[in-house]
Every structure is written in structure tokens, then in C-alpha cells.
Design a protein around this ligand. Structure first.
Ligand code: NAD
Length: 475
């Protein structure tokens, strides 16, 4: 088929998400207005506020959208970018609803954004702006441990979450669950071990699970494991960096290309992810990174010859215009919405396998769920059982040593002697979540002959679960 002559189906991010949703619900037999009720965004709050900085008032515009409250609190990140707009925030909030349902995180979907270029402001100015934005959201219960719980997204991180949590605490000094009003906080401010790495770690676990299913691997035109697979990553921020780091350090994959805002770098022998990250953190231009080929046109990175493409930057980067140029047989959507609905059709028709965003980047909200649960239970995971587990393992090992002529292998002994700490439990919970969600998607695909791909299956699993909750509503 000549894809160049095919008309684009959609224009915006929200339209793309809704179209993908519609395709999935068409395969489900939903009663009455249920499909429309789930799809519709419940509310979007738009706020304009001013902050006195550098001797004058500066005005900022932000959003917090609540897509679904079928479960509360609603959950979803806050993004800082000059490109933030209502359509984008609503699309991201909808994705959160479906994502939470897919990975069984007991939340509705929400998302927020502030139109700002964080690089234009000093740290103390960012704090003032963030606290003021948080104040506007808190007074409307759009930041609240039982109603709406933000997390980091593009342009925000631990620092912003700590400011928001502190602002909530000041405004609600008697709320004993105040700490649970946002997730992604620093560890010493109520955070959880493993939250910063969680989304990238989830991408790694998603790929590991994919490679456990021989027929999926074969259908994608691969054999073997992640070892030696050539990977290109777009966006070496929180998600992209952690995914690239874990895949290269732990699974033997080779990062052959990295795409950033100011171009792309390639090296078929593999790029040192740590060195490149340090280079970018030091605000050095991508073009000056040694030992790689540099191209100014970053979009060429998406077309580079590789096995796995990981778009981990922003939405709508693979579109109707460039989808037919993508060479990677497997694309895993670490970002939200990197492939538009029409690009999705082109890629599927050309035989590419897509691991969809709903699943691929759900590691973030999964570990946010663990952090929120930790905050409302006021106790660190593993605190009660760790030493007891160690004592049991030691007793067992002593018996084993007594009967085995050569004793127990020291490496195994070390592993068994050590009880699980918070980071071990978080990684175990995340791995379990990613495996279970993958299996749920596979089951739907296998039982629905008309289900064309993993994305549709992801939406079908999510919608069924949301309907299951709504079945108990009386009004
Ligand atoms: P980030 O701000 O830490 O990193 C984004 C990176 O992408 C930056 O290095 C930036 O320079 C680069 N970038 C931006 N636009 C680009 C472009 N057009 N081309 C190439 N590079 C570009 O953001 P993040 O938290 O890593 O989020 C990335 C994506 O992952 C977003 O879509 C976000 O919604 C999604 N996501 C993030 C989390 C999380 O926990 N942070 C969770 C789920 C989904």
C-alpha cells in the first residue's frame, strides 16, 4: 500500500487517544451509554495566576484535568512545558484512567500542566511559582490525598513534588495523611525507594516479559533475548535514561542511538549511557559528545536501523509523515502517546510490533501507588518482616550446611541470608504488575480474533475493569 497517499485520520493527541479507545470498545459489548461515559473527561480546571518575580508580576497558566473518578483519588502527573495545552492535558488524563485500570492501581485518571519553560527561571523562582500553582490546586481539592494525587512528569521531579507536599501540609496542618497528597517525593520527604527509576525500570520489565513469550518474539521477527539487541532511545530524561541504563547494564542490549532536542547521536558499537547523561547534565551540547556520529536532524534517529525503538520524550513524534520510515521491528512507547493513531495503523500494517504506552510506561504510576500506600499506612515496606525473614533463612541455611559436604555456595548463601528491603519489594511488586498486565493483554488478544494488536487489547482490559467498578454505582 502507498501510505503516502493515505489521508491522515486524526489531528490532535486527544483525538488519537479517543480513536484508539473507540476501536477497543467496538469489540466489547457495552450496555447503554457506558462507553461514552467512560470516554468523556469529567472536568478540566484552568487557572491563571501571577507571581511577583524580578520586581514585577509574571502571569502563568495551568491546568488540572480529572478524566475519571470511578475510583478515587484520581492520579496523574504534572507537566511543566511551554507546549502544555488543554487538549494535551485531557489526553494524558484519559491515558491515566486506562493505565491505572490496566495495572490495577486503584485510581481514577487525572493530569496537570503548567505552561512554563523551567530553564528560564532560577531555582528559588521555580519554588515560588510551584508553590503558588500548588496553592491554586490545593484549595480546590485538586491536590488532596483522598481526591487527587499528582506525580512528576516531563519537566518536574522530586523537587517540585516536595514543594507541593509542603504547601499542602501548611494549608492542612491537621491532615495526618498530608504526605500522600503527591507521589514522587524525595526519599527523605516521604518518598519511596525506586520511584525515580520506576518508569524506566517498568520499560525494562515490560521488554523482559515480552521476550519471555516465544510466539510474540517470533511474530516480531526476533529470536533470543534482549541480549545484543540494538536500541535507539528518544529523550534521555528520567524515563529514557533509566530504560537505556538498565537495558544496557543488565540485559546486554546495545544503545546504538540517542535522540535529544538538539539532534541525535549514533554508534553501532554502543553508546556509554552514563557518560552521555553526565555530558547532558553538565549542559554540554549533544554535538560535542565524543566517539559518536552526530546529526542535527533528530527525527533521523527515529528512522535509524535498530531492533527496538524507545520513544521516551513526548507525544506525536511518530506520525503519518514518518511512520513508513521507521525500521525498528519493535517499538515500545515509554512516552505517552508518541505514536499517533494513523501512524499506529501504518506501523501495524507494515508488521511492526508496538508495546503500547498504557502498559509500557505504567511503572511510574505503579510505584506511585506503592508510595501512596506507604504514606497512608505510615510505615516503610519491609520494616516488620525483614529481620524475621533473615532469621528464618539463616536457620534453614545452618541445617543445609550441616548435611551438605561442600556447604552452600557463598553467592547463594549471601542472597538467601538477606531479607527484602524496600527497594527489593518495590522492584518485585513492579515486576509482578508488569507481568500480570502483559498476560492480561495476551489473554484478550487470544480470546478475541478481531483484536488487531496489543494496544487494542490494553484498552479492552482497562475498559472491562472500569465497567466492573461502575457496575456497582447506583447513581
Ligand atoms: P523528562 O523531562 O525527564 O525528559 C524528557 C526528555 O526528552 C528530555 O531529556 C528532553 O530534552 C527530551 N525531549 C523533549 N522533547 C524532545 C523531542 N522533541 N525530541 C527529542 N527529545 C526531546 O521527562 P520524563 O519524565 O522522562 O517523561 C518523558 C515521557 O514519559 C513523557 O511523555 C511523560 O508523560 C512520560 N511518562 C513519564 C513518567 C515519569 O514517571 N516521569 C511516567 C509515565 C510516563
Amino acid at each position: 500500500m502507498n501510505f503516502q497517499n493515505k489521508k491522515p485520520l486524526t489531528t490532535g493527541f486527544l483525538e488519537s487517544v479517543n480513536l484508539m479507545y473507540d476501536r477497543a470498545v467496538d469489540l466489547l459489548d457495552l450496555p447503554g451509554d457506558v462507553a461514552q461515559t467512560i470516554k468523556a473527561c469529567n472536568s478540566t480546571y484552568e487557572v491563571q495566576f501571577s507571581v511577583r518575580l524580578r520586581g514585577k508580576l509574571h502571569s502563568f497558566k495551568g491546568y488540572r484535568s480529572v478524566h475519571s473518578e470511578h475510583m478515587e483519588p484520581a492520579k496523574g502527573g504534572i507537566r511543566y512545558s511551554i507546549e502544555v495545552n488543554k487538549d494535551e492535558v485531557e489526553a494524558l488524563a484519559a491515558l491515566m484512567t486506562y493505565k491505572c485500570a490496566l495495572v490495577e492501581a486503584p485510581f481514577g485518571g487525572s493530569k496537570g500542566g503548567l505552561i512554563i519553560d523551567p530553564t528560564e527561571w532560577e531555582d528559588h523562582e521555580m519554588e515560588k511559582i510551584t508553590r503558588r500553582f500548588a496553592y491554586e490546586l490545593i484549595k480546590r481539592d485538586l491536590i488532596n490525598p483522598s481526591q487527587n494525587v499528582p506525580a512528576p512528569d516531563m519537566g518536574t521531579g522530586e523537587r517540585e513534588m516536595a514543594w507541593m507536599a509542603d504547601e499542602y501540609r501548611r494549608m492542612n496542618p491537621t491532615d495526618m495523611n498530608a504526605c500522600a497528597c503527591v507521589t514522587g517525593k524525595p526519599l527523605n520527604a516521604g518518598g519511596i525507594a525506586g520511584r525515580t527509576e520506576a518508569t524506566g525500570r517498568g520499560v525494562q520489565y515490560a521488554l523482559q516479559e515480552f521476550f519471555r513469550h516465544a510466539d510474540d518474539v517470533k511474530a516480531a521477527g526476533f529470536d533470543g533475548s534482549l541480549d545484543g539487541k540494538r536500541v535507539v532511545v528518544q529523550g534521555l530524561g528520567n524515563v529514557g535514561y533509566h530504560a537505556a541504563k538498565f537495558l544496557s547494564e543488565e540485559d546486554g542490549s546495545k544503545i546504538v542511538g540517542v535522540v535529544e532536542r538538539d539532534g541525535a547521536v549514533f554508534n553501532p558499537k554502543g553508546i556509554d549511557v552514563e557518560a552521555l547523561k553526565a555530558h547532558l547534565v553538565a549542559r554540554q551540547p549533544l554535538s560535542s559528545f565524543p566517539g559518536v556520529e552526530f546529526v542535527e536532524d533528530g527525527s533521523l534517529g527515529l528512522e535509524y536501523d535498530c531492533d527496538i525503538l524507545i520513544p521516551a520524550a513526548c507525544e506525536s513524534v511518530i506520525t503519518y509523515s514518518n511512520a513508513h520510515k521507521v525500521k525498528a521491528r519493535l517499538i515500545i512507547e515509554a512516552a505517552n502517546g508518541p505514536i499517533t493513531a494513523d501512524a499506529n495503523d501504518i506501523l501495524v500494517e507494515r508488521g511492526h510490533t508496538i508495546i503500547p504506552d498504557l502498559f509500557a510506561n505504567a511503572g511510574g504510576v505503579t510505584v506511585s501507588y506503592f508510595e501512596w500506600a506507604k504514606n497512608i499506612s505510615h510505615i516503610r515496606f519491609g520494616r516488620m518482616q525483614r529481620r524475621q525473614e533473615e532469621a528464618r533463612s539463616r536457620a534453614f541455611l545452618e541445617q543445609l550446611e550441616a548435611v551438605l559436604p561442600n556447604g552452600v555456595d557463598p553467592a547463594l548463601k549471601k542472597k538467601l541470608e538477606c531479607g527484602a528491603g524496600e527497594i527489593d519489594l518495590v522492584r518485585s511488586g513492579l515486576d509482578d504488575t508488569m507481568r500480570a498486565a502483559y498476560v492480561a493483554m495476551r489473554e484478550v488478544r487470544e480470546s478475541h480474533p478481531n483484536c488487531p494488536d496489543m494496544r487494542t487489547a490494553a484498552y479492552m482490559v482497562a475498559v472491562r475493569r472500569i465497567v466492573g467498578v461502575m457496575d456497582h454505582f447506583t447513581m
